[in-house]
Design a protein around this ligand. Sequence first.
Ligand code: ADP
Ligand code: MG
Length: 383
Amino acid sequence: MQALLSAFRERFPGEAPIVVRAPGRVNLIGEHTDYNDGYVLPIAIERDIRFACRSRADRRVRLWSVNFNTDSEFELDQIELDPANPWSNYVRGVAAMLLREGLSLRGMDAAIEGNIPVASGLSSSAAMEIAAATAFQAVSGFRLDPARMALLAQRAEHEFMGVRVGIMDQFISRLGQQGHALLIDCRTLEYRAIPIPEAEYLFVVADSRQSRELAASAYNERRAQCEAAARLFQKELPDVRALRDVTSAEFRRHSARLPLTVARRARHVVHEDERVLEAVAALENADLKRFGALMNDSHESLRFDYEVSSEALDVLVAAARQVEGCLGSRLTGAGFGGCTVSLVHQDAVDAFRRHVSAVYQAFAGKEPYIYVTRASAGAGVLA
Ligand code: ADP
Ligand code: MG
């Protein structure tokens, strides 16, 4: 924070800035459900991206990146990509979407700094977008519904970065609440904050640091299989638009008409949606043991039915479950590398670090990166 403020002062002398932040996220349960119109349950993490920002009298936007130690500038009336500074394109894209929404933006000077590891599965990109939108809002003073902001940020990523992400990351970065997970219905975009009981439990993210080369093609294949499954269920159940609409009882009754692999993919999605709702009930009943067991079930389903785990993720999960005080562990994100998330008692976090690091080191020849977090607040202005 000190580095951010002094960078701002040095680059943009004058009045003190407003500081806004937007967090990264980790999904607790509900994997590969989003594109099946289903449920997800992420938390905002304690790592974030901050903008120290001040409005300008003209329409210029001047950006300084503390992390990249470089600047980038543009005019609000002529927004183009800056190929030399891809980090600035998140700000450009968001500005373009806010303007397209009809909001009046002011120019600004902003210094930007973050501590979310990039491309590790904690969604630093969504944090960039939501932090940028929050900065423009803070200096311009327009009103914007939070869910609408998330949708505009998602659209910026689609149109400016060419990445077709779901809505979860921007939603949780904007709408997260301290001590709460966010249940999001990816079909209706209805959402509900779910209090996480027992503050002595923490979420521990372990980054496998594994390349995710297979992820993109496998992702597309899984999506196609899910769509095929939904079409086949539709022949018996005309109301089915996506796998979200199939219950586990219906799955049992009708899955025989599906090819074996497609049936296993569908079985994951159908049960994962039900697990998310059960996980919400577990939180509401203050039953973290049950919640952890559902995390474990989710991993097994992703591993054996959806087949998006990897040896490295399985090693991390197995090691995590050996730690007393760890209630559950699973891969999080699309799979094929990336991170695991585990629910761990605060007194067991040190043992967790030691054990999981040692086991993974022996397997992979490198230690995992480990991040410990509670559910943090979504984006906002810092006092
Ligand atoms: P992730 O999985 O973390 O979202 P992406 O590749 O989607 O990975 O987005 C990462 C990009 O977001 C970075 O390459 C950079 O352009 C931008 N970014 C992330 N953190 C920062 C930061 N602190 N400052 C500026 N840009 C950032
Ligand atoms: Mg991203």
